[in-house]
Design a protein around this ligand. Structure first.
Ligand SMILES: [Ca+2]
Ligand SMILES: [Ca+2]
Ligand SMILES: [Ca+2]
Length: 142
């Protein structure tokens, strides 16, 4: 059990659509993730890459953050750790193509992703939906 929890926590560091991280987004622990919870959690996680705190993530900052996350996950023996930060996320989030990602761009991006994670469109992601997403993400990554 302990092992499983640890693996889930490590997996949550992955910048992917994995269910573990969606569930950690559930700040008030009511079993449902609202758009605000999802966006807050993703923004907080991703903006940690902004090492000089100027409000913008540059490709260099992104690569550094992804590399340290990869190293951390590899140490813990997490599968697919080498894929962290390589999924074209930076380009996808940089909507105005100025080669920097801001908190506002992250919010815009996660608003769209949230809808994709809420297949029945009731405005919240439930644990059941998150579990389905995990399966879908796992089959895509292989
Ligand atoms: Ca909640
Ligand atoms: Ca920066
Ligand atoms: Ca930008």
């Amino acid at each position: 059990m302990h092992r499983l929890v640890l693996a889930a926590a490590a997996f949550s560091l992955l910048a992917s659509g994995a269910a573990a991280q969606e569930l950690l987004a559930d700040a008030d622990k009511d079993g449902k993730i609202t758009p605000k919870e999802y966006q807050d959690s993703r923004r907080t996680f991703l903006m940690r890459a902004d090492s000089n705190k100027d409000g913008k993530i540059t490709p260099q900052e992104w690569d550094r953050a992804a590399a340290s996350t990869r190293m951390d996950l590899e140490e813990r023996g997490v599968d697919h750790a080498g894929l962290v930060g390589k999924g074209g996320w930076f380009q996808a989030m940089d909507s105005n193509k100025d080669n920097a990602v801001t908190a506002a761009e992250i919010d815009a991006y996660t608003a769209v992703r949230f809808k994709a994670h809420d297949p029945n469109g009731d405005g919240v992601i439930t644990r059941g939906e998150a579990a389905q997403l995990e399966k879908a993400a796992a089959s895509k990554i292989k």
